[in-house]
Every structure is written in structure tokens, then in C-alpha cells.
Design a binder for this molecule. Structure first.
Ligand code: ATP
Length: 624
């Protein structure tokens, strides 16, 4: 493969990412310019506030956008940042009056803002690590409520710690050094940081775990760890944004960082769309302009000679209406799940991977054997799998068949440790896998597809595959090569920049197999990869899998109800019925086995009573 082809593909994606970041920056820059040129001093004041809000909401989105969890706790980090920086930068003379009982190690530092910011970031990080060790364990509504609890606790502590914060009284004397240049610069740095994190391996892992924690864990990604990393980075950035906010205000109290600020930021994030940095920026701009526009009319106005009286709370009501409207018309926010700019919806960068780009050569896996030894599992008395033993070596496709409810998927879930076995053992050659974590199964070289599609819906086709290669421990460059190879192997290159959720059904099924293969597994477990495909799509998938089996030498455990598909690929078939092994052998032997015929066709009849037509169907591999 030519170097230029290899280089051009990551380079094209990098260019698309830079262009998307530039779109965010240009959007903010244009609004700031218009505000300052058209409205002068008052416009500049709004622009400073807007830029600080952009920094805060983008920081909030680092957690919320990448994990899918709405946090109400980020006001706590902003408060910490503002108070830490306020204390460190306050002139000593004012400090003696304002905070006479301040502990001596905190007093009289008189630092510049620039010196205080790294300490603010450290304080934010330390608090985030402490709180994150608990909050990162939670998902969804529980995590959101826990974050609200964090906000309430921090607020109470701030009100109570009078020697340090002046309690609920105004904390004054903080140098007002934040001008438009500094606020805009901070917003730019925060946007770039958030974009870099979003596209980094850690950001991709977090987004994958957000979309499907089980599928992410099956790739070796630890969902809790990804939430912790996002929380820490987000908390640290929020603390810095809080410090800047404090230095913009000059005087504040714990109430300045409490519910009204938090809800305003969450509203901005929801209006714009929390899954993207562009969404955060758009939300802040939209809500700020709406609020400032409506505020002009709050004190009453004249409409064609009719005096409209003052409406108290008009700004809040309009914000509430905006949120309702957006949630109703566009639940994912104005920008949606994907970044603004080229690449979104695969419009401009449709052919990120051209069909003409040659794929790097696949590697042959080293010989191993997957051994299931006496595996059992019951669900509330239902024996799903009982004492199942079989082997699936590399270099062979092992078919695993059985009627509905036979226990095939449960068996795969036991091997991949999604379920914990009641008894028995799984080994990969000499490596005992019976007690390792789900993530370690992937690291041991076993990857899988799921019976029901479990793609990362908020990721593009390319991201779905590269995240798998990155999770397998490849460098970014190597992961890009592997992703390119798998996308080509499954004819998905033209859809590289398309959101996975927009693919046609057959392509989605192929993408799940491509994603599993990007781990370069020793053993691949395919749970009904052809389910729902039409005959030509099934044949096409079979051709691709045959090629992969021959080229790479990996072992495949193939489950499917389409016996023609299974028989075409596998040279050894394992048959389950009611959770137990009823036969195994070559496909021909298995087809002639009376127990198999009875399990499939008998339904209470004996093998002798099977009609000629039914027997022929089974022999030809027609789906029973
Ligand atoms: N999480 C679960 N909780 C309770 N029962 C379960 C669970 N998973 C599977 N079962 C039960 O275990 C038995 C085996 O189900 P399983 O899905 O493994 O069979 P299968 O062979 O994969 O079936 P199919 O071919 O229809 O997918 C069924 O009776 C099923 O209802």
C-alpha cells in the first residue's frame, strides 16, 4: 500500500476535525464582533459574559456530552474556582478587612490571575477526583441527582465556612481583570480543549460507553473509568471558568453559583445540544441573545402606540419556552448529536475512505483454542445452559445451532462474562477466563457481535470501528489503518462519515462484525450476524467471512438460524437443545443425527416419523 494512501486517510479526518473546530470559533467570533461593533460598550459587556458562559458550558459538556449524563453539580466547581482564585489574588489590605479570620496559609498571597489559574485547576481536579470516585459509579438519573446533591452540599459548606467565604455575604475585593480579550481567549482555549478531548481515544471511549455500556465493555472499555476521566477534566475546566467568572464579577456570594446559574447553563446546553461542542457554543449564543433581547422589553414597551406593561420574569419565561420548543421540535438540541461543519451527515466528506485506497495486510493470529468446560446458568429456575462443553479452535468456523431458546446467546454471554456462570470454566488455551472482567475478555483476544444490533448510535461508522481498534491497544495511526481495512473488508468505506444510526439494516449488521474484527481477535463470536438479512446480503456476508477466515486464521463461533449460511462456513457444528449439548461433529454427521432431527423437526415426534421433505430441508440447511 502506498504511503500517501495511508497518510491521506487520517490526514483527511484531521482536516475535517480542524474545520469543525474552526466553525465553532468562527461562529463565536462573528457574534462577538457584531455585538461590539453594533452595540458598543453594552455589546462588549454582553460579549464578555457570553464568552465566559461558553467556557463554562463547554466545560460542562465535556462531562455531559461525552457521557450522556446531565450534571447539575458543576456550579460547585465554578464556586471552588471563584473562591480559590478570589482568595489568592485579593489585595492584602482588602483581605484583612473582608476576611479577618482567614487561615494564615491562605492569607496575603496577592497573586496575579495567571499565577492563580494553575492552582485553581489543581483544586478543581482534586475535588473532581474525590467526588468522581463516587459519581462515576452512577449512570443516568442517579448520576444527575448525585450531582445535584454535590451542588447542594458545596453550597451549604460555602455558606457555613464564613472565615473563608464570608458565608452568604458578598465576597468582594476580587480584581476585575477579565476583559473581552481574556474572555474570548478563554472560550477559544476551552473549545479547542473540548474538541481535542472529544476526538481523543479517551473521548471516543466515553462516547462509546455513553451509547452502549455493554457493547463498549465487550471491546475492553471500562465505562466507569470513562465517566471518571470526563468528570475530572470537566470539573477542572469548570473551576477555571468559575475563576474567570469571579474575576469578571469582582464580587459574588455562594448564591452566584447556585441553582439559577446552574439551570441557565444546563438550559444553554440542552438548547444547543449537549452531544457536541458546537451545540454548547450555539446554545450559549442563542440563549444569551434571547435573554438580552427579551430583557429590553421586561420593563414594558410601546407596540404601535399601545403601551405594553412591565412583565416580571419575562426573560425566564422566554428561556423556559425556548427549552420546551427545542425539546419538542429537536430533542437532541439545535445542533444535534454531531459536530457543526464538514463531516456532519457525510455531506462534504462523504468519501473519507475511497474504495480505491488499498487496505493494509491483515495479520494471522497465533494458534489457540477456546474451551467451554461444563458451563451452566439458570435464571430464576429456568435452566438456560446446563453443563455445556465444547471447543472452538483458531483456523476453524464452529457453528453453534439450536432451536429458539436453546441457550446459544446465554452461552456467548457466559463466555464473554456478560453473565456470570453458576458453574464450569472458560479457557483460551491455558488462560483461565472464568473469573476475569468483561473488559479483560476482550483484552484476552475474544470479541463478539450481538444478536440485537448494539452499535454506538451517536458515533460515525468510522468511529464505531476505530474505537474498537483503539480499545484493543493500537496506536492511533495503527488503529486508523485497521479501521480502514475493516471498513473496506465489509464495503463500508463510502459510509465512513455517516452516523451509524443512519445506515441501512444490512450495512449495520456488517458494521457490527467489522467493529468486532477491528480488535484483531483470536476468537470471534458472531451471534446471528445474518439475522434479518435478505438471501443476497447473507451470501455476501458469507463470502466476506470465508475470506477473513482463510486470510487471518482466527477462530469463529458462529450462531445463526440460517443453516445454509452456517453450513457453508463451518466445518464443525455444535448443537444445543434446552440448554444442553445434544450433538457435535461435521455438518454432515450432525444433519444425520436423530437427536438433532428431533430437536428441530420432531416437536414431540420421533426421528422415524419425520417426513422426507422435512429431512431434505434440514440436509440442505434450510431454516427450520
Ligand atoms: N437475562 C435473562 N433473564 C431470564 N431468562 C433469560 C435471560 N436470558 C435468557 N433467558 C432464558 O434462557 C433461555 C435461553 O435463551 P437464549 O436467548 O440463550 O436462547 P437462544 O438459543 O439464544 O435463543 P434464540 O435463538 O431465540 O436467540 C430462554 O428460556 C430464555 O428465556
Amino acid at each position: 500500500m502506498s504511503d500517501s494512501a495511508l497518510l491521506s486517510h487520517p490526514a483527511r479526518l484531521r482536516a475535517a476535525n480542524i474545520a469543525r473546530t474552526a466553525v465553532c470559533l468562527a461562529l463565536l467570533g462573528a457574534v462577538v464582533l457584531v455585538l461590539t461593533v453594533v452595540f458598543g460598550r453594552s455589546g462588549e459587556r454582553i460579549a464578555v459574559q457570553m464568552c465566559i458562559n461558553v467556557a463554562a458550558v463547554v466545560a460542562l459538556c465535556v462531562y455531559c456530552g461525552n457521557t450522556g449524563i446531565v450534571s447539575f453539580g458543576h456550579g460547585a466547581f465554578m464556586a471552588i474556582g471563584a473562591y480559590v482564585s478570589g482568595i489568592l489574588t485579593m489585595p492584602a489590605a482588602i483581605q484583612r478587612t473582608a476576611l479577618p479570620d482567614l487561615p494564615s496559609f491562605l492569607a496575603g498571597h496577592e497573586m496575579s490571575l495567571w499565577l492563580s489559574l494553575p492552582l485553581v485547576a489543581l483544586a478543581g481536579l482534586a475535588f473532581a477526583a474525590l467526588s468522581g470516585s463516587a459519581i462515576a459509579r452512577l449512570m443516568g438519573a442517579s448520576a444527575a441527582i448525585a450531582s445535584l446533591g454535590l451542588l447542594i452540599i458545596t453550597h451549604s459548606v460555602a455558606v457555613g465556612a464564613r472565615e473563608i467565604t464570608r458565608g452568604s455575604q458578598t465576597f468582594f475585593g476580587v480584581p476585575r481583570v477579565v476583559d473581552l480579550t481574556l474572555a474570548f481567549g478563554a472560550a477559544v482555549v476551552f473549545i479547542i480543549l473540548a474538541r481535542l478531548y472529544r476526538e481523543s481515544p479517551a473521548g471516543l471511549f466515553a462516547r462509546a460507553a455513553r451509547d452502549d455500556p455493554d457493547a463498549a465493555a465487550a471491546l475492553g472499555i471500562n465505562p466507569q473509568q470513562t465517566r471518571f476521566v470526563s468528570w475530572c477534566l470537566s470539573g477542572m475546566m469548570c473551576a477555571v471558568a468559575g475563576a474567570l467568572y469571579g474575576h469578571m464579577l469582582g464580587a459574588f456570594s455562594p448564591a452566584s453559583f447556585y441553582l439559577s446559574l446552574v439551570f441557565a447553563h444546563v438550559a444553554m446546553m440542552i438548547v444547543g445540544g449537549m452531544a457536541s461542542v458546537g451545540g454548547a457554543v450555539t446554545g450559549v449564543i442563542g440563549v444569551t441573545l434571547l435573554q438580552d433581547g427579551v430583557r429590553q422589553f421586561e420593563g414594558g414597551f410601546d407596540l404601535f402606540g399601545i403601551a405594553i406593561p412591565a412583565v416580571f420574569g419575562l426573560t425566564t419565561v422566554s428561556l423556559g419556552l425556548a427549552i420546551l420548543l427545542v425539546i419538542w421540535l429537536r430533542p437532541t438540541g439545535l445542533v444535534g448529536s454531531f459536530e457543526l461543519g464538514p463531516g456532519a451527515g457525510a455531506r462534504l466528506f462523504k468519501n473519507i475512505i475511497r474504495p480505491s485506497d488499498p487496505a493494509p495486510a491483515p495479520t494471522r493470529v497465533k494458534e489457540s483454542v477456546l474451551v467451554a468446560d461444563g458451563l451452566s446458568k439458570s435464571f430464576a429456575g429456568v435452566k438456560a445452559v446446563t453443563n455445556m462443553s465444547f471447543e472452538a479452535p483458531t483456523g476453524r468456523v464452529t457453528g453453534l445451532i439450536g432451536p429458539n431458546g436453546a441457550g446459544k446467546s446465554t452461552l456467548v454471554n457466559l463466555i464473554t462474562r456478560q453473565y456470570h456462570a453458576d458453574g464450569g470454566q472458560t479457557r483460551l488455551s491455558d488462560h483461565d477466563l472464568s473469573t476475569v472482567s468483561r473488559e479483560d475478555i476482550a483484552r484476552a483476544g475474544i470479541s463478539r457481535s450481538f444478536q440485537n444490533l448494539r452499535l454506538f448510535q451517536g458515533l460515525t461508522v468510522y468511529e464505531n470501528v476505530i474505537v474498537s481498534a483503539l480499545a484493543a491497544g493500537h496506536t492511533r495511526r495503527r488503529a486508523a489503518e485497521v479501521a480502514l481495512r475493516e471498513l473496506q473488508a465489509f464495503d463500508l468505506g463510502a459510509w465512513a462519515a455517516t452516523p451509524a444510526q443512519s445506515l441501512p439494516y444490512g450495512a449495520r449488521k456488517r458494521l457490527e462484525v467489522a467493529r468486532a474484527l477491528a480488535q484483531e481477535p483470536v476468537i470471534l463470536l458472531l451471534d446471528e450476524p445474518a439475522a434479518g438479512m435478505n438471501p443476497s446480503e447473507t451470501d455476501d456476508l458469507a463470502d466476506r467471512l470465508v475470506k477473513i477466515r482463510d486470510e487471518r486464521g482466527l477462530g469463529i463461533l458462529l450462531i445463526d438460524h440460517d443453516l445454509r449460511f452456517v453450513n457453508r462456513l463451518s466445518s464443525w457444528t455444535v448443537v444445543m437443545h434446552r440448554g444442553t449439548l445434544i450433538a457435535q461433529g461435521t455438518p454432515e454427521d450432525v444433519r444425520a443425527n436423530p437427536a438433532v432431527i428431533e430437536a428441530y423437526i420432531g416437536r414431540g415426534r420421533t426421528a422415524a416419523a419425520v417426513t422426507k421433505e422435512e429431512e431434505n430441508n434440514l440436509k440442505q440447511g434450510v431454516r427450520p
